[in-house]
Design a protein around this ligand. Structure first.
Ligand code: HEM
Length: 471
């Protein structure tokens, strides 16, 4: 019987000591997808001394994320993440225990329910209007817009308003801004493969200086959060009226005996939400614009839908999204081809188990290649073409039930920010397409637009998308 097998999944042979580390290359999502074509949908890849199991089909993903989620309930923590203060206060990087469960419940009920999201939508509308205004000013000068940069400043402010009721980036999106640069320094630091992750014995050497670079950024962000928290506590002492933002919720929790929250851990949780939510949503918006600029018929169709349903008289609102099926299909199709977290977040096997007859050893790192699954020709027709129409005729959704499409992961650890991300991306995209026509800068055509990926904490466009708005 297969359950008695002790064979680990097949995989590349690799070299002594380093294993297949150098086969990973700069874009692991792509190289692992290529390896899976040879070795199959569940494979073993030795990365230094870290045994990594990679799932690359809907069936194997379902085993890990759903059927056996009791076993795959912990994470491996990259060194660049472990370098932060109070790691145990995060949501994404703690084992799936009762502390995690409570923290996640608080986030879900106080940030991500429909009711909570609705109650703060006016904030997001205002921030996105600022984005449109900024683009309008630039367009008057005929200047190209760095879409990813502008979207990132916007998502940072969207999240900081939900958490703190303040902007973290000033409306001059272009200005060097400390907060944005700090966040970027951490996400970029996490982008490159770090030898410390694959050779735990030499972690302390920090060979590539990854920790040295990110630690000051973490510390500075904690200081910034601490100042906001101190100010809020002062206001509360003085009896100022509540903001009822997420910070108020967390401070209430801190006052409760045995809640597991305190002033140190909430800083880590807040940082976790910023890091998980801002880049991912901005990048998705940038990829969507890049795909639309490469496919003018799709851009045209989307613009017509927006103009027809909403017109020019008023701005798009989150409550309009439900009436814009093509918009939603464009966003879904973008996330199929360009999932912001192509390998989800790394899981760890908490004990030995079996998947399709192979043994998955305890403590191995387990990756799910959502990027490869979204492009699998066995499950998708014309898998590498951008065809939003495919989502108009199917009920396939990103909510974690359809394992051929899992840009937000699935199971208990599915992205809790999904409903917010969906609103932010749809709203930003619809707003900048309603307000402007767009074209590529001179010399760039839809044929030669560079679509290369850059792998990192989030899967970015290697060459930032610059586009020119006109009325
Ligand atoms: C387009 C935007 C986004 C994408 C594609 C995305 C995707 C993901 C994915 C794939 C995971 C890992 C799921 C797994 O391991 O199975 C994740 C986890 C997470 N995401 Fe998102 N996310 C996005 C936006 C956001 C936003 C806006 C927030 C919050 C403000 C957020 C907060 C988190 C957190 C806290 C986790 C860790 C959950 C846990 O481990 O329990 N994400 N996200």
């Amino acid at each position: 019987h297969c359950s008695s097998s002790t064979k680990t999944p097949p995989g590349p042979k690799g070299y002594p000591i380093i294993g297949s580390l150098f086969d990973l290359g700069p874009r692991p999502n792509q190289s692992l997808a290529a390896l899976a074509k040879i070795h199959g949908p569940i494979m073993t890849v030795k990365l230094g001394s870290l045994t990594t199991i990679v799932a690359s089909s809907p069936e194997t993903a379902k085993e890990i994320l759903q059927k056996q989620q009791q076993i795959f309930s912990d994470r491996t923590v990259p060194d660049v993440i472990a370098a932060q203060p109070n790691l145990e206060g995060t949501l994404a990087w703690v084992p799936r225990d009762h502390v995690w469960r409570n923290r996640r419940r608080i986030c879900n009920t106080h940030m991500f329910t429909t009711q909570k999201l609705d109650s703060l939508q006016h904030l997001r509308h205002a921030k996105v209007e600022e984005l449109v205004l900024y683009i309008k000013e630039k367009s008057a000068k005929g200047a190209p817009i760095d879409i990813g940069r502008a979207a990132f400043a916007t998502t940072l402010n969207l999240i900081s308003n939900m958490i703190f009721s303040i902007d973290m980036v000033d409306s001059e999106f272009e200005n060097a801004h400390e907060f944005r640069d700090l966040v970027r320094r951490i996400t970029e630091g996490g982008g490159k493969p770090n030898l410390s992750d694959y050779f735990p014995l030499i972690k302390w050497l920090d060979v590539q200086g990854v920790k040295r670079r990110v630690i000051p950024a973490y510390k500075r962000l904690h200081v910034i959060f601490d100042q906001v928290i101190a100010k809020r506590l002062e206001d509360r002492e003085l009896g100022e009226s509540r903001k009822d933002d997420f910070l108020d919720v967390l401070l209430d929790q801190c006052e409760e005996e045995g809640s597991g929250f305190n002033r140190e851990t909430i800083k880590a949780l807040i940082l976790n939400l910023f890091l998980a939510g801002s880049d991912s949503s901005a990048i998705t918006t940038e990829w969507a614009m890049a795909e639309l600029l490469r496919k003018p018929e799709a851009m045209q169709k989307l613009r017509e839908e927006i103009i027809q349903k909403i017109g020019f008289e008023r701005s798009v609102k989150e409550s309009d999204i439900g009436q814009l099926p093509y918009l939603q299909a464009v966003v879904k199709e973008t996330m199929r081809l360009h999932p912001a977290a192509p390998l989800l977040l790394p899981y760890k096997a908490t004990k030995n188990t079996q998947i399709f007859g192979f043994t998955i050893p305890k403590n191995s790192q387990v990756l799910v290649n959502a990027w490869a699954i979204g492009r699998d020709p066995n499950h998708w027709e014309n898998p590498i073409s951008f065809l939003p129409e495919r989502f108009l005729v199917s009920n396939l959704d990103y909510k974690g039930w359809d394992f051929e499409y899992i840009p937000f992961g699935a199971g208990r650890r599915i992205c809790p920010g999904m409903p917010l991300a969906i609103r932010m991306v749809n709203l930003m995209l619809a707003s900048i397409i309603q307000a402007f026509r767009w074209r590529l800068p001179d010399g760039t055509t839809k044929e030669n637009l560079d679509m290369e990926e850059q792998f990192g904490v989030a899967l970015t466009k290697a060459v930032p998308l610059c586009a020119i708005p006109y009325i």
